[in-house]
Design a protein around this ligand. Sequence first.
Ligand SMILES: Nc1ncnc2c1ncn2[C@@H]1O[C@H](COP(=O)(O)OP(=O)(O)OP(=O)(O)O)[C@@H](O)[C@H]1O
Ligand SMILES: [Mg+2]
Length: 266
Amino acid sequence: MREPRHAVPAVDFQGVGRTYGGGRTGLGEVVAVDHADLKIAPGEFVCVLGPSGCGKSTLLNMVAGLDAPSKGRVLFEGAEVKGVNTKVGYMPQESKLFPWLTAEKNIEFPLRARNVPGTERKQLVSAYLAKVGLKGFENAYPHQLSGGMQKRTSLARTLVYRPSLLLMDEPFSALDSQTKMVMHEELLQLWEQEKCTTLFITHDLVEAITLADRVVVMTRRPSRIAEIVDIPLSRPRDVYAIYEQAGFDEIYDHLLRLVKKEMRYE
Ligand SMILES: Nc1ncnc2c1ncn2[C@@H]1O[C@H](COP(=O)(O)OP(=O)(O)OP(=O)(O)O)[C@@H](O)[C@H]1O
Ligand SMILES: [Mg+2]
């Protein structure tokens, strides 16, 4: 953790549970999240691992205020999330750029929605285009960009209004392993610069170790937190040499054991 323990957590899941269906919905009841207690410190990078369907996206949706807990509370910077939380940057699992807007206009979109004045908008868009290495592609439409460039545009669109919390739901899962490493490097650089608390969902153990201060491993549904694993690797991290870092193998084996256990469906 990078902040003193007494700081108000950026995110605080207090006895959170989320059940879907039942009642008049005609669907059987699904306990997605049974119980989650988790405090995330300001500036911390936390990754969440867990089997498909265990409620990882549900947890992010509750922080973003797009979903609400059935029990317990979700606090953002000390206040209970009620309704859409406009202070967070959210890259949802099915994050899509607007196909009819250029890279530049996509990045500008959230600033327009917030009525940021024109000159400031221009400066911010230009700065964030540069930060994610997209100078020269301002006027390209999403279909003219590679998968990695589309993710970069998406990341710039999420960061441009400088949210204090970044929620990322498997943002790089569709990318090839080299592009993924480039994205990791860029994301970590941005995170160091912006000091943005980050909650990042992944199924990729190496990605979690590369990025996180702590990794939260969820059980299968009805899910609970199986274990929270500290990643004590030094920073700044060399994403291309992460396997060579002392301690990597032990952390990887430990995470793999935890994840494997939760993958068995009996
Ligand atoms: N709006 C909804 N209505 C009904 N059930 C839902 C809804 N959203 C999620 N669920 C159910 O809650 C459970 C958790 O879903 P969630 O999308 O959070 O899983 P996940 O851990 O993100 O999975 P994955 O790794 O596949 O993305 C699933 O069983 C899903 O069917
Ligand atoms: Mg999901």
